[in-house]
Design a protein around this ligand. Structure first.
Ligand code: HEM
Length: 420
């Protein structure tokens, strides 16, 4: 497995579990030879880096990892001054997930204050109707491709309703957003252009200006009124970047969580029966999907000074590939991790939403969207089956995943079902 390049080998994309298990067998932290990054697979080690108690790990590389490389030769022991010089020119530099320290805390609070319980409750009512509306579109066919028709459709409508994005603009925004940021281009190295969210910025600028003129009760109307803790108003560009990121962050993640959940149900008729009989267990089921087969496989951090995790020395300038999915499948934390078990007592300790200061802000929404989607799909069908025509017979299935090293993202999922 050491001969495989995590950042380009397509066999890892189809089966990252085997790669992570092989790495973990060599130790909770190992250095891979292609990009000189650390592959961190141990639960405790992943947690320590994410919690980042002493602030030594930077998130400037959190979207792309070691690819395309740092724009400077790291100085020995301490790269903080070097990083500060180039920070604003690094890929994705304008987005919350790449911010560090005080700047990160201040901007995160702006967004966090908008995703309130009250707003999510309003969105919940909408989501019940939305799931039924989407199922109505394909129920009579007795089949569907879950990825576009249910997963993606759910997430784009849900976030648009929450934020106040006009229906007619949704398709254009998705097109502008394009492929996930760590998408490989065949065998060619990843091309790093401007972040794809910047293409959506003119539209978000327009939405926010409209809301400054006339507020309308949606999340973007609250965003334009949001203030930093010291009472000052953020620059317009900051607000617009936050809006773009919020729209993008929950698309592929939640839609792929829904698709993976349906895949597992299609393979497990016993689970379908259990959850139809006990729908209150769907929330636990979703947590176990996030542990067993999460949409985000890895996050990345950059050591800014020489540091140590356990006995492992990490020199300044080292990029750590923080393998969230590997940590969620570490036998030292989760008993018999490869088996899918909705009764695990510690399932919520999974790393599906990351942990620490950058832990997912949209987790309550992602959880709610997927729980409601699965609840309605199970209620409206009596027997979900994987299409053998598209994915092969049981025991010899084939599923296609987007060629990205960061996400675990089904390209399609064809199911058959009987209406209930
Ligand atoms: C099942 C669905 C989702 C999954 C698996 C997921 C996963 C993640 C992960 C792993 C991170 C942390 C990255 C890091 O540590 O570097 C993250 C961050 C984030 N997510 Fe999610 N996410 C999901 C849904 C959403 C939704 C629906 C939204 C928005 C409404 C959202 C908004 C965010 C934001 C704003 C951050 C950045 C937080 C920060 O840097 O402080 N996510 N997400």
């Amino acid at each position: 497995m050491m001969d495989l390049d995590f950042y380009s080998d397509s066999s890892i994309i189809a089966d990252s579990r085997s790669y992570f298990d092989a790495m973990r067998a060599q130790g909770p932290i190992v250095r891979e030879p292609f990009w000189n990054s650390l592959i961190v697979t141990g639960y405790d080690e992943v947690m320590e880096i994410l919690v980042n108690k002493d602030g030594v790990f930077s998130s400037t590389v959190s979207i792309l990892g070691p690819n395309p490389g740092l724009p400077f030769e790291p100085a020995p022991h301490d790269i903080r001054a070097q990083l500060d010089e180039v920070r604003s020119a690094m890929p994705w530099a304008d987005h919350l997930v790449c911010f560090d320290g005080k700047k990160h805390t201040e901007h995160r609070m702006l967004l966090g204050g908008l995703l309130t319980y009250k707003r999510l409750k309003q969105n919940e009512e909408y989501l019940h109707g939305l799931s039924d509306m989407l199922i109505d579109r394909f129920i009579a066919k007795g089949k569907c491709d879950v990825v576009p028709e249910f997963g993606h459709a759910t997430t784009v409508y849900a976030i648009s309703d929450l934020m106040g994005i006009p229906i007619e603009d949704r398709a254009l925004l998705l097109e502008q957003m394009g492929a996930p940021p760590s998408q490989l281009a065949g065998d060619a190295p990843l091309k790093v252009g401007p972040d794809p969210l910047s293409a959506m910025k003119p539209l978000f600028d327009k939405y926010l200006r409209e809301r400054i003129e006339s507020p309308r009760g949606d999340l973007m109307s609250d965003l334009v009124q949001a203030k930093f803790k010291d009472g000052t108003s953020p620059p317009f560009d900051t607000l617009s970047n936050l809006a773009c990121f919020l729209f993008g962050a929950g698309q592929d993640t939640t839609s792929r969580l829904i698709a993976m959940a349906v895949l597992i149900l299609g393979e497990r008729t016993d689970l379908q029966a259990k959850l139809r009989a006990e729908p209150e267990r769907i929330a636990d089921f979703i947590e176990e999907v996030l542990r067993h087969d999460a949409p985000v496989k890895v996050a990345y951090r950059l050591a800014t000074v020489d540091t140590k995790i356990g006995d492992f020395d990490i020199p300044a300038g080292t990029i750590a590939n923080v393998c969230l999915s590997a940590a969620s499948n570490d036998a030292a934390k989760f008993a018999d991790p490869a088996s899918f078990d909705i009764d695990r007592p510690n399932v919520r300790d999974h790393m599906g939403f990351s942990k620490g200061p950058h832990g997912c802000l949209g987790a309550p929404l992602g959880r709610m969207e997927s729980r409601i989607a699965i609840e309605h799909l199970l209620k409206r069908t009596s027997d979900i089956r994987i299409s053998e025509e598209q994915h092969g017979p049981p025991g010899a299935r084939s599923y296609r995943f987007e060629p990205t090293y960061t996400f675990r993202s089904l390209m399609d999922l064809h199911i058959l079902f009987d209406p209930a």
